[in-house]
Design a protein. Structure first.
Length: 161
């Protein structure tokens, strides 16, 4: 009963809070204004914009910025031209608006989201998990056996990290 959203198809790596990026990556409808404008950006700020797009899409049922013409799409994103339907409850609407701010300095950060009334209305349960790049990814023997059988490969223990 937990929703997890993952898409690393077009991703990038960086050092938290120090490395700025310039490479455009990801799907155009989820791209932040700073990325579209070709400015250097902090990855987390762009990710938080994309989170706003995802929250909007999950709440409303369609994306906030869409257009078949990519130039028009980019203009909509740069001008933050979107409407939130009236049926979206006010706290959720407020959070979306605070994530979809064109200035990354004023855009909500993770700590802000975690203190927002829409986010805090349900009690949170801390789940065990891994942090990619920090924690070792566990290798499940049952899955290895199935992969070896189906794909006719042999697992090499020296590469298990």
């Amino acid at each position: 009963m937990n929703i997890k959203i993952v898409d690393f198809g077009l991703s990038n790596t960086y050092k938290k809070d120090t490395d700025t990026l310039k490479t455009a990556c990801g799907s155009p409808c989820y791209a932040s204004p700073e990325m579209i404008a070709g400015k250097r950006y902090l990855g987390i700020d762009t990710d938080l914009w994309s989170l706003g797009v995802i929250l909007y899409a999950m709440t409303v049922g369609y994306l906030p910025f869409e257009d078949a013409d990519t130039n028009k799409l980019y203009k909509k994103i740069l001008s933050c031209d979107f409407l939130i339907p009236g049926y979206v409850e006010k706290p959720c609407k407020d959070l979306i608006k605070k994530l979809l701010l064109t200035d990354p300095k004023t855009r909500y950060k993770i700590k802000d989201i975690m203190q927002h009334p829409w986010y805090t209305q349900l009690s949170q349960t801390k789940l065990d998990g891994i942090i990619v790049g920090q924690d070792q990814i566990p290798i499940l023997d049952q899955i290895l056996v199935e992969m070896e059988s189906i794909m006719q490969i042999k697992h090499d223990n020296s590469t298990a990290n």
